[in-house]
Design a protein around this ligand. Structure first.
Ligand code: 4NP
Length: 166
């Protein structure tokens, strides 16, 4: 089992969207049993809250369900996950700081860096204070990036690729 955790600031917009989109993709590829998905935030601002209603509505229009309650990413999470995926560079910096102390720097990635069609070092922009277009943009970026992330994981874990084919 490979474990992936998406991490943004609040864990109510971008990372639950990435979690929902990636889980949806895994189900379509027959990989839901091989890769476990979760999400968290670097802040505690919204701990216990469900995903933002605007994110949930935008995802639902694409047939994707968002789930879970916001939680804060903790240093102990590095032991649980193989891929800790930051949605933007600000959160990447926070995670790398934490990971350095935990000896887990090799588990931390920037989401869009795993998408070969994305520019190097690009963020998934924070939609929280913007209008509804921001949530559509997040979904577009996340749907493209999810394919890149899955391809990356399958290259590193060929045993899982075999599972999809069975
Ligand atoms: P997220 O969006 O990090 O994608 O969940 C945000 C949610 C809340 C805040 C900022 C961004 N906030 O400042 O409360």
């Amino acid at each position: 089992m490979v474990r992936v955790c998406f991490v943004c600031l609040g864990n109510i917009c971008r990372s639950p969207t990435a979690e929902g989109v990636f889980r949806h993709l895994l189900r379509r590829r027959g990989l839901a049993g091989a890769i476990e998905v979760d999400s968290a935030g670097t802040s505690a601002y919204h701990v216990g809250e469900p995903p933002d209603a605007r994110a949930t509505a935008a995802a639902a229009r694409r047939g994707i369900r968002l789930s879970g309650r916001a939680r804060q990413f903790k240093p102990e999470d590095f032991a649980r996950f193989d891929y800790v995926v930051a949605m933007d560079r600000a959160n990447l910096r926070r995670l790398r700081e934490m990971a350095r102390r935990a000896g887990a720097l090799d588990k931390v990635f920037l989401f869009r860096d795993l998408d070969p069609d994305s520019p190097e070092g690009a963020d998934v922009p924070d939609p929280y204070y913007g209008g509804p277009d921001g949530f559509e943009e997040v979904l577009d970026i996340v749907e493209a990036g999810a394919e890149g992330l899955l391809a990356h994981i399958l290259r590193q874990h060929p045993e899982i690729a075999g599972e999809a084919a069975r």
